[in-house]
Design a protein around this ligand. Structure first.
Ligand SMILES: [Zn+2]
Length: 238
């Protein structure tokens, strides 16, 4: 009864957004996410909490994204579950996190399993994973936009996800040089270039005005290893 009252107070006191940092912290401690963001606005929806973690072992830069829909325990379960499942177009795993003092019911667990979503119980002091999310197959172009919104981009050489800039504003590429790969190597930066061929193929407008939206990234490690800056000394030896 006391616990129930505490949870009721918690749900009343806190807006959903006040709970986001707790879930972001849970993503770091439970999934080992190296980057988390809250309340990310995307073209088709807004995701409450997002995290990215490395899953490629020692041999690849593969990553996995986890999205969480946060609720305060008052909305119809099937509706919120459906909303959570919609995140699978962006994320590899999706969770519904709900404030509640009692366990999820068998019906709720069955609905979540049928829809392929995980469940997290938000208690006063702890977030508890009740049901794991199975992996999904997000739409690549939507997931890449999520990465960009988080301030990350995929290196088109080594495929690693790396920070290209900030996430406070859109299209912030402050970590990348746009002045050619030689300059990028000299400044120990990553590199950004525009693929004109694909740009013109996809957009007729670009073909007309000679511009492209097709941005490609190369991380600073690939720049440094493949295009080492010259020392300034010249040699006649081959
Ligand atoms: Zn790279």
């Amino acid at each position: 009864m006391v616990l129930g009252a505490t949870l009721e107070n918690m749900a009343r006191r806190h807006s959903e957004s006040a709970l986001y940092p707790r879930l972001a912290k849970w993503l770091k401690s439970s999934y080992g996410c190296f980057a988390t963001r809250i309340n990310i606005g995307l073209v088709h929806s807004r995701v409450d909490v997002l995290g990215v973690r490395d899953v490629g072992g020692d041999l690849s830069g593969e990553v996995e994204t986890i999205a969480i829909e946060v609720k305060r325990g008052r909305q119809p379960f099937a509706t919120t579950s459906g909303q959570t499942r919609g995140y699978a177009v962006y994320a590899d795993r999706v969770y519904l996190a709900d404030v509640r003092d009692k366990d999820f019911t068998r019906n709720e667990m069955d609905i979540a399993s049928a829809l392929g979503i995980g469940l997290i119980q938000i208690a006063p002091r702890v977030c508890r994973e009740v049901l794991s999310s199975p992996p999904h197959r997000p739409i690549p172009r939507l997931q890449l936009r999520v990465f960009e919104k988080m301030g990350y981009g995929r290196c088109c050489i080594c495929q690693t996800l790396f920070p290209v800039g900030g996430c406070e504003r859109d299209y912030d590429f402050r970590n990348l040089s746009r002045a050619g790969i030689v300059k990028a190597a000299k400044n120990k930066k990553g590199f950004l270039f525009w693929n004109m061929t694909v740009g013109q193929r996809k957009r007729q407008d670009d073909a007309e005005n000679g511009s492209s939206h097709e941005r490609r990234f190369v991380c600073s490690d690939c720049v440094a290893n493949l295009f080492p800056p010259t020392t300034g000394r010249t040699s006649t030896k081959k």
